[in-house]
Design a protein around this ligand. Structure first.
Ligand SMILES: Nc1ncnc2c1ncn2[C@@H]1O[C@H](COP(=O)(O)OP(=O)(O)OP(=O)(O)O)[C@@H](O)[C@H]1O
Length: 265
């Protein structure tokens, strides 16, 4: 299975009168890394939740290749190959890193989560564990596989979440603020891993991120949201120069040169 094309066509999401997304359209070409940026409350998380079937879409269409996923339940969207991480880390703190990653495999097991919980057929379990170990090595978690997830430093937890999304064997990888809270070196490393995963696993990637350094260095294209609408789209260089983006989001440097924008790396 190859990297899919994602088409978001005039998608709206509303909460009791509030339009979190207002006819948002953009296309993510197969095998590309696409960033969604915008100020707080712009609708970025609502967009990811709409893509995954978590938030009901009130208008428009979402297509993953030829499949319309607009009104599918989250498990059906996942079955078509969408795997994601969340803004707030969601791991089982008392379980080991390995067990947290094995849970990421449940979509791929014959009977789903119940079988995972009840213990898989031995041979199938060994096959899944071997794959999980490969992914852990790819993300640099091998030495931590037996560690209790709840005791990991924040940077390792973020990598665990990323690895768990990869364990779903997604074709479309959706990341909500993958580097939030990480220091510069950790952010660059995770950014590098996203690009490496895209290449090694033939993925299409959509991510929301506030760290402009990472956005500018790993995204092929960027969609900018403000008040639930697309205000700009283009390559990182184009978006960076767009006057609407500079005033709405990046922040023009003030007279003392203390603008909000973070320097791309
Ligand atoms: N479940 C919900 N119920 C009601 N309103 C919601 C819900 N989720 C989001 N909203 C509203 O929709 C708008 C967009 O929120 P959203 O979380 O998508 O923005 P965001 O761009 O992800 O912000 P941030 O960068 O702070 O995460 C906001 O006004 C928010 O209050």
């Amino acid at each position: 299975m190859s990297a899919p094309r994602l088409e978001v066509d005039a998608v709206s999401v509303a909460f009791s009168g509030l339009r979190a997304l207002d006819e948002v359209s953009f296309t993510v070409e197969p095998g590309t890394v696409h960033a969604v940026i915008g100020p707080n409350g712009a609708g970025k998380s609502s967009l990811l939740n709409a893509l995954c079937g978590i938030y009901p879409v009130t208008g428009g269409r979402i297509l993953l290749d030829e499949h319309e996923v607009t009104r599918l339940r989250p498990d059906r969207v996942a079955a078509l190959g969408a795997g994601r991480t969340f803004q707030n880390i969601v791991v089982s703190p008392r379980e080991s890193v390995l067990d947290n990653l094995m849970v990421g495999r449940h979509r791929l097991t014959r009977a789903g989560l119940v079988a995972t919980a009840l213990r898989l057929d031995r041979r199938e379990a060994r096959r899944h564990e071997a794959r999980v170990r490969e992914i852990a090595a790819f993300v640099g978690l091998t030495a931590l596989l037996d560690s209790t997830a709840g005791r990991l430093p924040y940077g390792d937890l973020k990598r665990l979440e990323f690895a768990r999304a990869l364990c779903l064997e997604p074709r479309l990888l959706i990341l909500d603020e993958p580097v939030a809270g990480l220091n510069g070196a950790e952010s660059r490393e995770l950014g590098r891993l996203v690009v490496a995963a895209r290449e090694a696993l033939d993925l299409t990637v959509v991510f929301v991120e506030h760290d402009m350094g990472v956005v500018m260095s790993i995204a092929d294209r960027v969609t900018v949201l403000d008040f639930g609408r697309v205000v700009a789209e283009g390559t990182p260089a184009e978006v960076r120069r767009d006057p609407t983006v500079v005033s709405a989001y990046l922040g023009a440097p003030d007279e003392a040169g203390q603008g909000e924008e973070r320097t791309p790396q």
